[in-house]
Design a protein around this ligand. Structure first.
Ligand code: GLP
Length: 241
């Protein structure tokens, strides 16, 4: 793993954005793996700014998002489709038809998961997968536990994850209890992975992910098995590594 601790906000965003932009400059048809949550927002803002300055185009790129809540209408402000449109897609030249996010309202979720994996198999591998990390070490919505699933699947969200994400909802009762997420196997198939973490509340998860044993009890620790991971941390998230 290649660790970078970056104290200035602008430098954090710039470093992440440069990795994405550099990839698109050498391979305009790159397949991007995208994440939601607060961690990637400044990187997306920087990419939007670079796009406005003519420094990067997404016109031939495609994207696959990691996850989506089950049961939120697609136009709900906290659905990951709404998040991606609002924070990135509406401001760049990507063809929306080539942006993929699991459908958490599909009538047959198992079939939706299989179809998502089939699309990834056909159009992938993902060239660069962006990841955040949960305070409990989850990536995507792969929650810690006795085992992990390889492919896209439906997960029950742990109480701590619903609690953490309740900051985006009027009350915790409105936070969905399930999500569709790419599995660890799918995530690890990406050619390169960019893990972003900011803030002291991520420090312990980052320590376990980077320095701890490889264990399903910290899903992000599986990233240690991948040959090409870049970890961008601010001082607080990186205080124990
Ligand atoms: C969410 C998402 C993850 C994200 C994580 C951290 O639940 N499913 O993909 O990485 O939690 O979010 P944040 O960056 O807001 O701390």
């Amino acid at each position: 793993m290649n660790l970078f601790k970056i104290s200035k906000n602008e430098d954090f965003a710039q470093t992440g954005a440069n990795l994405v932009a550099g990839l698109l400059q050498t391979n305009p048809r790159a397949v991007l793996g995208l994440a939601t949550g607060s961690s990637p927002i400044s990187v997306y803002e920087e990419l939007i700014s670079m796009h406005r300055r003519g420094l990067v185009s997404f016109s031939k790129a495609s994207s696959f998002n990691l996850d989506e809540y089950v049961g939120l209408p697609a136009d709900h402000p906290e659905s990951y489709r709404s998040f991606m449109n609002r924070n990135l897609f509406d401001h760049i030249d990507i063809d929306l038809a080539r942006t993929h996010i699991p459908n958490g309202n599909a009538p047959d979720l198992a079939a939706e998961c299989r179809a998502y994996d089939a699309m990834l198999e056909e159009q992938g591998p993902v060239d660069l997968q962006i990841l955040g990390i949960g305070g409990n070490g989850h990536i995507g919505f792969n929650e810690p536990g006795a085992g992990l699933e390889g492919g896209t699947h439906v997960v029950g969200l742990l109480p701590e994850t619903r609690q953490a994400n309740s900051r985006f909802f009027p009350s915790i009762d409105e936070v969905p209890r399930q999500a569709v997420t790419m599995g660890i196997g799918t995530i690890l198939k990406a050619r390169q992975i960019l893990l972003l973490a900011r803030g002291a509340e991520k420090a312990e998860a980052i320590r376990k992910a980077v320095r701890g044993p490889i264990t399903t009890e910290c899903p992000a620790s599986l990233l240690q098995t991948h040959p090409n991971v870049v970890v961008l941390l601010d001082e607080e998230a990186g205080q124990w590594v």
